[in-house]
Structure formats: C-alpha cells, structure tokens
Design a protein around this ligand. Structure first.
Ligand code: MRU
Length: 370
C-alpha cells in the first residue's frame, strides 16, 4: 500500500537476508521509521512491545525470527528455545503459532547447514501467501459492499457507504492490503463512494493512530470516533456495515478480536446492521469450538489503561512523542486485550476463498477436508 505515493510493505529482508526490517508501529502516526531485527531476541521483543502487531504480521515476524535464530545456531536445542521464546510473546493470535509450526516442521528433518536458508524461504512464502490471501479477501469483500450499496433505497443511492471498523486490520496488521481494510481499499480504488467510521480502540488506539494513518495515506474518507459512539451512530442509520478482523476464529465461527469488538457486534445485531469479519485461513483454529471458553485472552500491562501516548502539541517539548498519566496515583487498571464475539452475532465471514456463514458447515464448505 502507499505512503506518500510510495508502495510499502510492513516487513522485508535486508543485508542479503541476514536481518529483517520492520516499520516501528509504536511511533505511528507521528513518526515513520523502520527498525532492523538482527536476532531472535529482537524479533521476540518487536512482537511483545508491539513494534509489529496484527495477527498475520506477528506470524510472519515469528517465522523470520526463527530464521534469525537458526542463522546464529541451527541446532535442535536452539530451534526449540527460539520457538518457545517467540510463541510466548503474544498468546491470542493463532497465526503466530501456525507460522512457527510451519517453519519448524520444514526445517527439523534438514541438515543443520541448510536450516536457516530453508527458514528464510518459508518465511518469505508465508509473507507472499498472506499478501495474496488479503488481496482475495479484498475482492470478496468488495462484492459484498457493492451489493450493500446497490440495495440501499433510491434516496440514498450515490451517498457514500458508511462502514465502521475497530482496531487496525489494515496493511499494517498484515504484510500488505490488510484483512478488514482490504475490501475498503478495493472499493475506494473501484470508485465506490465509501466513508469509514474509525473506532479509536482504547487502550492502545490502533484505530486512531494506525487505521486513520493508513486510510489517510490512501485517500479514503474517514472519521475517527470514540469507542462508545458506534451504537449511537447505528441507532441513527449512519452505519451501513461493520467490518473487523480477527486474531483467532474457532471452527464454529466464534471470532476473537481486539477488546470492544463484541460490544460493536451486539449493537450491530440490535440495529440490524450487518457485521462482517474478514480473515485469512491462517487465523482459523480448527482445534477449538467455543471461543469464549477456549481462546486464551492476552492480559497486557495496566499502564496501557492508566496512561496514554501522543505527540506533545505545545511547550518546549512540542512535537515529541510522550506518555501521560490519566488516572489518579494508586488506581489500578486491568487490560484484557481481546474479546470473543459469538458466531450468532456474525453476519458472514469473508475469507480468501469466499464468503461463508459463521458456522462449522459454512467454514468447512470453504475448506473441505479440514
Ligand atoms: O493487539 P493487536 O494490535 O495486535 O490487535 C490486532 C487486531 O485485533 C486486529 O484487528 C487483528 O489482528 C485482526 S486482522 C489483522
């Protein structure tokens, strides 16, 4: 996708494949900088501190992290330790474990001298597949949006389609295109008038900082709203559809996504607004059924709740990125990072293979044999 007219991806190789560059998402939208990851420790720290984030991107970063580990030490012991270190960084998004297992299974039977190169090739393949899957999600979602736009009453034809999204499920969360934002980019490029309501997404504000950044760079009309505004907008007919991503989807179609997604789904259900979830198949955990009971929910630092980061807008430190305290000294915070939206609240799942009902039959229809 584009930043000031230049196409970018979120991750790539440098130094002839000896290290990996990523965009430092903790500085966005105020500063655009890349960082080099030269060791498995760097990769693990980048994932846990959310320099990189978003389910597909942390999977690809994990795969490259195994490559970095194997470049330093290709032994079985080092591979096992690196796998555990990377897998422990973030527990909810299943893409991380999926990508790590994929690289591990490939390299384990190989001679040690061949492992790092094989891991590099496999991590690159995971990245390219992610781009292709996200672009296909974009095409399927575009068809849905075109149908929604055409089905509106005559008086509303020509008005922008109003789509609400939560968190950041755009190209920054993947390698390119994004999941929930891919259909929005496709629609915009196809000339369908579209406007996006961007949930700020407390506590880390991925909507206000990252989704708004992406949409702005692509020229997509958008408005940032506080997380609590969505229900009100839906009651007043100002939302035609909700579309979000997911960090883990169970086989029956329960979706785990950024905290607050469930409340949007409830409001959408109450107001008859379609609620779509966009996902590549790397996000489906076929071993799980009941998302509320079975998906591990990451609890992050209370500091993300009690403090907030932004750019200083006045005074001697103007322009600097800083963190400020919101709460009284002594108040504690609790920070569950994800919640689960039950399948019954999901209108449809948009995958790289097409659109499915959020049911086990719906998913198995697209992925027979799973
Ligand atoms: O905590 P984050 O920023 O990694 O959470 C990301 C999300 O919840 C995204 O919406 C998600 O990964 C789904 S699709 C890219």
């Amino acid at each position: 996708m584009n930043i000031n007219g230049t196409p970018w991806r979120t991750i790539g190789l440098e130094e002839g494949g000896r290290s990996v560059w990523v965009i430092d998402q903790t500085l966005l939208p105020h500063r655009f900088e890349t960082r080099s990851l030269t060791s498995v420790e760097d990769a693990a720290a980048a994932i846990s501190t959310m320099v990189v984030r978003g389910a597909p991107l942390i999977g690809v970063t994990g795969a490259y992290g195994l490559m970095l580990a194997l470049q330093a030490n290709p032994s079985d012991g080092a591979l096992a330790a690196a796998f555990e270190q990377l897998n422990a960084t973030r527990p909810t998004a299943v893409n991380l474990r999926w990508a790590l297992e994929r690289v591990r299974e490939l390299v384990v039977p190989l001679p040690e001298a061949e492992r790092a190169d094989a891991a590099r090739t496999e991590a690159g393949a995971i990245a390219e597949e992610d781009v292709a899957m996200c672009e296909a999600i974009g095409e399927h979602g575009l068809s849905l949006f075109q149908q929604l736009a055409a089905a509106r009453p005559a008086a509303r034809q020509g008005e922008p389609l109003n789509v609400l999204t939560h968190c950041n499920a755009g190209w920054l969360a993947t390698v390119d295109w994004g999941t929930a934002l891919a259909p929005i980019y496709k629609a915009h490029r196809a000339g369908l008038a579209i406007h996006v309501w961007v949930d700020e997404t407390r506590p880390r504000n991925q909507g206000a900082s990252l989704t708004a950044f992406e949409l702005g760079k692509e020229g997509v009309p958008h408005t940032v709203i506080v997380d609590n505004a969505g229900g009100h907008l839906m009651q007043h007919g100002l939302v035609d559809a909700v579309i979000v991503g997911t960090d883990r989807t169970t086989r029956r179609g329960d979706v785990c996504n950024k905290i607050g997604t469930y409340l949007k789904a409830l409001a959408a259900f109450d107001n008859g607004v379609p609620f779509y979830v966009a996902l590549p198949s790397s996000t489906i955990d076929w071993s799980l059924d009941d998302g509320v009971a079975e998906i591990p929910i990451e609890a992050r630092s209370e500091l993300e709740v009690t403090h907030i980061q932004g750019r200083i807008s006045a005074g001697p430190a103007v322009g600097e990125i800083a963190s400020v305290q919101l709460t009284p000294d002594g108040s504690v915070g609790f920070n569950p990072a994800f919640d689960v939206t039950p399948a019954r609240l999901v209108t449809a799942l948009i995958t790289e293979r097409g659109v499915a009902a959020a049911t086990e039959d719906g998913l198995r229809g697209l992925y027979p044999g799973r």
